[in-house]
Write a protein that binds this ligand. Sequence first.
Ligand code: FUL
Length: 462
Amino acid sequence: MTSVPPSAPTPLLPIPSERQLAWHKLEMYAFCHFGMNTFTGREWGDGTESPELFQPTELDCRQWARVLKDAGFKGIIITAKHHDGFCLWPSRYTTHSVAHTSWGDGKRDVVGELAAACREYGLKFGVYLSPWDRHEPSYGDSPRYNEHYENQLTELLTNYGEVFEVWWDGACGEGPNGKRQEYDWRSYEELVRRLQPKAVIFSDAGPDVRWVGNEQGFAGETNWCMQRRDDFAPGKVADLSLLTHGQKDGTHWVPAECDVSIRPGWFYHSEQDAQVKSVEQLVDIYFKSVGRNASLLLNVPPDRRGLIAEPDVQRLLEFRGALDAIFARDLAREAKAVANCVRGGDARFAAERAIDGLPGSYWATDDGVLTGSLTITWRETVQFSVVMLQENIELGQRVEEFSIEARVGGQWQEVARGTTIGYERLLRILVVEADGLRVNILGARACPTISTVSVFAPPSRP
Ligand code: FUL
């Protein structure tokens, strides 16, 4: 008698698009806030600044790319235009730009220089184009400004090669007597899709990536990639915790991105040189963003020279060193794994699939089996301090609750507990000496599909 091999679990909707899947894998990329505010010392300019003030003395976007690449970032998003309206590229649609300064004889293009540097260093390139524009006279005259915004977006999305992310800021400080602009988000979105079909679009309401609801760099411990997207609009979210946690019953796949600055401000201010975040803070942010099923967009603002300042360069390299040490040795790769339920009893869905280090392979249970345990054992005791879990999100985000146990002296003891997993969940645990580790899936929306269980040894002290 021949038995029919079990089929893969049916995707549990919503699931990520191709462009979202590629974005998930980036995990960590940088923001570079640079522009008029760098030279005025402000965070929000009012649009009356003279373009002449923009005078970087040693601008070198290759330095930005080199530093960020060495620190392990996968891409850079630049503030091509912030709220003050000053454009870092020679836009045909305004005189408020680099083309109208004496800097570089009005012939340099910061966006172009950064795009080229990203290409050279193998980094993705993204753009922030502030919808709120305090300089542009047509702002507030809704159809006219929407056309202006789309013209500028078109320049950015056609002249600089591939763009991986378009960042829409919901901020608008116009008071009750200020200009009211109705943004045509739908039309902007169609434009991005047409010109850069691979780019993800970020805003409070996606459509592809959502703001996490705070600027401190953390996602909720419970963090779903789903959102009831039609209930949201950029800059209009009343309950930010919905962005921090996502929505289990969300209708669309709109995962979270954590934007946070390495300094107190988004722009460079020399008086904040001593306030660059510590390695401990950056590692903590990493565990609370990447480690909670979100991406990390770390802002590293270049200084008035047009270079990433020394304290930041130093800190980024230390941060890289710390991450390399934490993730140096995956003990799961040296272990055996078994599960109490394997889909159809088939080796294609066995526990080993979660520790084989191969992308796309995963442990799964039978349909309707919403709990299960995966046990890893070592021949001798090991010490570990970090566990990484991943779901095969191509089939949807499923796990709602899990626990982790360690076998210490022959006894199983709980060392961590959590809710969602998603693309990636990192857990820091007290160092234990154990010869086994068990991941218990305690609840799921459909049969769990676990693509990775990694167990990292404590960093060895130099
Ligand atoms: C906010 C802006 O108002 C800040 O200046 C900064 O650009 C931040 C990333 O987004 O909404």
